[in-house]
Design a protein around this ligand. Sequence first.
Ligand code: AMP
Ligand code: MN
Ligand code: MN
Length: 316
Amino acid sequence: MLITLRQAATKINSAEKILVTAHIQPDGDAIGSTLAMMMILRSLGKTVSVYIDDTVRRNLHALPNFDEIRRPAEGETFDADLLLVLDTSIDRIGNVRRMTDAPILNVDHHVTNRGEGIELYDEPKAAATCEIVYKLARELDADITPDIATCLYTGLATDTGFFQFSNTRAETLAIASELITLGVSPNFISEQMESKTLAEVIGLRDALNTLKMHCGAKVAGMTIDHATAKKFESTEGIIDEIRIIDTVDVAFLITEKSPNVCRVSMRSKSTDVSKVAAQLGGGGHVRAAGCTLKMSLPDAEKILVDAICAAVGCKQ
Ligand code: AMP
Ligand code: MN
Ligand code: MN
């Protein structure tokens, strides 16, 4: 059920013990929004724990209070009166879903989130969940400390490709500007986020070697097999290296996470790739979406190329 921002704030206000989580394979917006929310809620006197059921890439470890994020142990439960799910629909939170029977409040900006059976505040026009968390902080009359601002700015910056993608709107920049006034150092965050290990740069070279063009060069794709995937802590940003090709509308990257588990990322300049992702069991935004295909890398590549080519209107 869709609710308003005010209703979401009321729901948060009336809870005392809150479990905050975000999606697996967490990105800057997932980690930034959960840590910011944790600090905001604690400043309002709530008891808050943050659980994310995955490892978090090294670039995000420098965020304030990062050490507070825990991963649920086998069978672990948490006595909460609200489960707050950020930056995803509730099907991508892993075992955190099993930690509590508390009512769920879902705050997200994915157009594919349907929020069936739960209370959802979804704002697809928001560039990042951190934009919404900023507004919730204002709605709740919470003080935005420099640490909270740093986490929120990280989500805004990473989900917009540092304010370059089409989801960047005037409000995004107005909030970013306000966060800088409140104490954020943009340069610190940029340096943390862009840092790569030598193995990752070598992995990037290997990935670029797999580049193939489809649909008369409107589609570009790369694959990372399991052996190469092991070189990466995160493959985030790699797809941008081929998205920029002048003829390309849709770019994709398939990463073989483990044998027969292929993680797909898509980026587009005009085609709605959230529909392609949804068709294959995933989701996302119009210009950035993904899914996981449980099959071999060549099979995943074939299915994906067919689906993307159909979406861009090219008959192979
Ligand atoms: P990524 O390519 O991993 O950066 O993901 C691009 C966008 O698609 C992000 O907003 C993700 O939240 C979304 N997305 C990626 N994989 C999935 C999935 N399996 N299910 C739903 N949404 C996804
Ligand atoms: Mn995210
Ligand atoms: Mn996001």
